[in-house]
Design a protein around this ligand. Structure first.
Ligand SMILES: [Cu+2]
Length: 141
């Protein structure tokens, strides 16, 4: 075997190894895609994001569906304060993770803790508990 022949045969091996790596990579990418699809199933993907904005017109959106472990952000873009708590009023016992939101001065942004339990968390403005536009629910599923 001449030196040139050795070189050629090495090139052939390199090309083969590279192709095998590509096939392996494609399999990993496909598996990752399949896995990520499985991890959200049978839950629906988050609809409408994870931020609820309060204005003089009320809370928006008022209904969200999120996967377990999500934190919801409340933004007060109104000119007056709002106190956001979980239902029922006035006990606020349904979803203790909401306690970290509470009092929102105008312009303030506050978050729930991780909503880890699959359930529906109704919420309201403790200052205006009977104003429907300031109520809503977050479905954790
Ligand atoms: Cu209340």
């Amino acid at each position: 075997m001449t030196l040139e022949q050795v070189g050629r045969s090495n090139q052939g091996m390199r090309a083969h190894t590279c192709r095998a790596a590509l096939v392996g990579l494609a399999a990993v990418v496909l598996m990752a895609a399949a896995c990520s699809k499985d991890s959200t199933s049978p839950s629906d993907p988050p609809s409408g994001g994870t931020t609820i904005t309060i204005t003089s017109a009320g809370a928006s959106p008022r209904n969200l569906t999120v996967p377990p472990g999500t934190q919801i952000t409340f933004v007060n873009n109104d000119a007056v304060p709002h106190d956001m708590y979980s239902d029922p009023h006035p006990e606020h016992t349904d979803c203790p993770e909401f306690d970290s939101v509470g009092h929102l001065t105008p312009g303030a942004t506050r978050q729930t803790k991780n909503l880890t339990v699959t359930r529906v968390c109704g919420f309201h403005d403790h200052i205006n508990p009977f104003i429907q536009s300031l109520t809503g629910s977050i479905r954790i599923q």
